[in-house]
Design a protein around this ligand. Structure first.
Ligand SMILES: Nc1ncnc2c1ncn2[C@@H]1O[C@H](COP(=O)(O)OP(=O)(O)O)[C@@H](O)[C@H]1O
Ligand SMILES: [Mg+2]
Length: 806
């Protein structure tokens, strides 16, 4: 059954605490999810229940279809995967701590069974059941990434330093911030002090990044090392490079980075998915994800490097999102200590501040948790709309929080003395909630979480959790486009064979560290393709760099098997690598005439085989943008669907509001009538429960706090009413009238509920039809920029097969 708290756009956080009795009452605390777009902080000492609250928030977001990125410095957040619709001792057994069992003198089995019962009971006492856990699991996919380790899902942060989104490239300040942040965290990783603008290491690396990113190119670590030795520019400012930073000294920096590359275990940083925020938020089929990044196993500089890289990617993503007032995604950070300090300026600080300032309109809610308010940047605090304050450790922490609250109240009413008293008396899992969107603060106890809180997880446990998913994801991974030629001719020569004189020759650069290369000939074409479609409102240009292997056979060009090169034509080289060998040219490639035919065929290939493939959701008239990934499009679609859904629900509620209001008016009158008649009858006082809860009405109108017991009150009222049969006739009649109105109210509530449910299922993104659309260029839309013979480097793999070295 769906509970009253399970409402679209509302997060069920817990129950209101009565300050007098200091215990949680009946009033549920529901939080309007769009309030999170102005961000939240959770402050409280260790053990105050911050992580419990954070996990609760994440659960609520996911169950409502809002995706989450969680940064997890301590290892607690993967507990989200311990959400079992078939919660039992057996289920929990692998996740309990045997030492805890021993402490209680229990076998692990008995202890696990006991824990399962505790959890069941906890959930029940907060009006939750296993069905809700099932719903949570069904609504989202949960992934645990472990950067730099293979325990969880790998994520590659160093294979490619990818350029930020076009929106960032177009914003000079943000672009500079991203370059500086990346430079500093990279230098931090190799222990080079490159803090300040005036350090040459900093200036050089920043310039290399700017050079590549401005040109839209990713940079691998190997590329970066090469560029440090041989930068793609000759001047830095007014100085020439050599006098500013001589090659010999640059070499030392290159070595530092190279040591990183060569360090054992480093390859893990290069494997796995790239940090593509859209993919972190939605699966390819559009299912919302919780992407958890556990970093407890990393060293300090590694953590800083990873967190700031991730944050920069999020900033980049946020900038590319259109404005919205709904909550689009959640970024949760379980312990922000050291990442957003008041005075220092670590690489993570800028992007965090940018997110806190700018995320609002883009619908990203940032939730930061800390046990140490004194360590938090003041500006950041004053930018957040919601504060959850739990039990605090020291007087200094309390003072800091009070100052912050006073600032956040910004001239409004704020009673520091009283608030201080409240804060001093907060118990475990009890939080003072200040929300700028609400008239007054609320004290509440967090609801029981669905996730079994087993505490920080070991890497081995994470490995166990992620094993099935790893296999599944591996089978979904896109195939690499580069294939080695089917046959490499045995006869190799030391000098590249020459094509006819007026055919240009190019060498594709080999990746760093490749040795014993053999070059294989290919037909090279760099084209600029123009795609237009009035129907899908497309007018886009794309550059395409194709290499079609040449071989000695009836069809000398492998038209069906081109490699797509990820470089720009000016990165081609004029010679092959030193000591490399070259395969012979097939006879057709030695004839001038062949190239004329091939040029025509190449253009035909582009027209026929290289359409612009877009995704299109007809029901929403939404088409993917030319450079948008499937995930990004799905994310955009999911959000659009949510917005439409929210809008329609809002409309429904408004439409029903007046019906409810007039019915309520009549109910009140009928209640009064009953009372009057009873008094007049002066019969034995039959106490009919007339205080018909207006809160129940509120529940269906979508307001914030509702009473869970309002529904049962109705039941009592009815039974009491029926006991009063023996009363006078007019009392009877008045009561009948009352009953009738009540059942009409019930019916009306049911009707609204059904309609809302219908809207929710109509706007289910999982069922939205998405089709692919192929837009072919016209022949006039293909411009050939470069055409000629290209040499592609290959090397022998350890298993003696040939693999591309480009
Ligand atoms: N919402 C909750 N539901 C169930 N148990 C909770 C909840 N919040 C906290 N706890 C219990 O309290 C302990 C400490 O809370 P935790 O959230 O880890 O504190 P903090 O993150 O502030 O150090 C948890 O290990 C868990 O046993
Ligand atoms: Mg914690």
């Amino acid at each position: 059954m769906q509970h009253v708290y399970e409402k679209l756009g509302q997060f069920y956080l817990g129950r209101k605490v009565d300050l007098g009795s200091r215990s949680a009452g009946d009033d549920l605390v529901l939080y309007d999810s769009k309030d999170l777009t102005t961000h939240a902080v959770i402050i409280g000492m260790t053990g105050s229940g911050k992580t419990g609250l954070g996990i609760g928030l994440i659960e609520e977001a996911l169950i409502d279809g809002v995706p989450v990125i969680a940064i997890d410095p301590k290892g607690d957040i993967p507990n989200l995967l311990l959400t079992f619709p078939d919660l039992s001792g057996e289920r929990l057994l692998p996740w309990i701590d045997p030492r805890e069992a021993a402490k209680e003198g229990l076998t692990p089995e008995t202890y696990a069974a006991k824990q399962a019962r505790i959890w069941q009971k906890g959930l029940e006492s907060w009006h939750q059941d296993l069905d809700r856990i099932r719903r949570l699991r069904r609504s989202a996919e949960m992934l645990v990434y472990t950067p730099g380790s293979q325990a969880g899902l790998p994520v590659s942060v160093l294979r490619d330093l990818a350029p930020p989104s076009p929106e960032i490239l177009g914003d000079a300040d943000l672009f500079r911030e991203q370059i500086e942040g990346t430079t500093r965290s990279l230098l931090g990783l190799v222990g080079v002090r490159g803090e300040a603008q005036q350090d040459r290491e900093f200036v050089l690396v920043a310039n290399i990044l700017r050079n590549a990113w401005t040109g839209g190119r990713s940079l691998s670590l190997a590329d970066l090392i090469r560029s440090i030795q041989k930068p793609p520019f000759e001047q830095i400012g007014v100085f020439d490079l050599e006098s500013y930073y001589p090659a010999k000294e640059r070499f030392e920096l290159a070595i530092r980075l190279n040591n990183l590359l060569a360090a054992p275990g480093f390859e893990v940083w290069m494997q796995g998915e790239p940090l593509d925020v859209s993919r972190l938020l939605f699966s390819p089929s559009g299912k919302p994800r919780a992407s958890i990044f556990t970093i407890s196993h990393l060293s300090e500089p590694e953590r800083m490097f990873f967190v700031s890289t991730l944050l920069n990617a999020v900033v980049s993503w946020v900038r590319a999102q259109p404005g919205t007032s709904s909550l689009r995604a959640l970024l949760y950070m379980d312990e922000v200590f050291g990442y957003l300090p008041p005075t220092q300026n670590p690489p993570s600080k800028k992007p965090l501040l940018t997110l806190l300032k700018q995320a609002r309109a883009s619908g990203l809610g940032v939730v930061l948790s800390t046990q140490n308010p004194v360590d938090l940047d003041y500006k950041a605090l004053s930018n957040t709309g919601t504060w959850f304050i739990g039990r605090l450790q020291t007087e200094r922490d309390k003072q800091r929080v009070l100052e912050g609250l006073e600032g956040a109240a910004a001239g409004g009413q704020f009673d520091a003395g009283r608030t201080g008293q409240i804060l001093a008396g907060l118990g475990k899992r009890v939080f003072y909630l200040h929300n700028v969107h609400e008239a007054e603060p609320v004290i509440f106890q967090t609801r029981w979480v669905m996730s079994y809180l087993s505490g920080p997880m070991t890497r081995e446990q994470i490995r166990q959790l992620m094993q099935p998913l790893k296999q599944q994801l591996a089978s979904q991974a896109p195939l690499r486009e580069r294939r080695a030629p089917a046959t490499l001719e045995a006869s190799e020569v030391k000098e590249p064979p020459l094509p006819p004189s007026d055919v240009p020759v190019f060498f594709v650069p080999a990746v760093a560290g490749s040795s014993e290369l053999t070059y294989w000939p290919a037909l090279l074409g760099h084209v600029r393709v123009h795609y237009t479609s009035a129907r899908y409102k497309v007018d886009a240009e794309r550059e395409l760099f194709l290499a079609f292997p040449l071989e000695d056979g009836p069809v000398p060009v492998r038209w069906d098997d081109p490699a797509v090169l990820r470089l720009s034509p000016n990165q081609l080289e004029e010679k092959g690598a030193v000591g490399a060998r070259f395969s012979l040219l097939p006879p057709a490639a030695r004839r001038k005439q062949s190239y004329r035919t091939w040029q025509r065929k190449l253009i035909r290939h582009v027209i026929q085989e290289r359409p612009l493939v877009l995704l299109h959701a007809p029901a929403y008239k939404l088409t993917s943008r030319p450079d948008e990934s499937e995930e990004a499009f799905r994310a955009r679609l999911a959000h659009l669907v949510r917005e439409r859904r929210d809008l329609e629900v809002e409309k429904l509620r408004t439409r029903y509001a007046s019906k409810f209001a007039s019915l309520r008016e009549r109910l009140l009158r009928a209640e009064q009538a009953v009372q009057r008649e009873q008094e007049q009858a002066a019969a034995a006082k039959v106490q009919t429960a007339v205080s018909f809860g207006t809160a129940l009405l509120g529940a269906f109108l979508g307001r914030r706090r509702v009473t869970a017991t309002a529904a049962s009150r109705l039941g009592t009222a009815l039974s009491r009413a029926s006991r009063s049969r023996k009363q006078k006739m007019d009392v009877e009649r008045a009561k009948q009238r009352l009953e009738e109105l009540r059942s009409r109210l019930d019916a009306l509530q049911q009707e609204l509920e059904d309609k809302i449910a219908a809207v929710a299922s109509k706007y289910d993104v999982q069922t939205v039809r998405v089709e692919t659309v192929s837009i072919r260029p016209r022949s006039t839309g293909v411009a050939l920029n470069l055409f000629g013979l290209g040499w592609l480097p290959y090397r022998k793999s350890p298993s003696s097969t040939w693999e591309p070295a480009f």
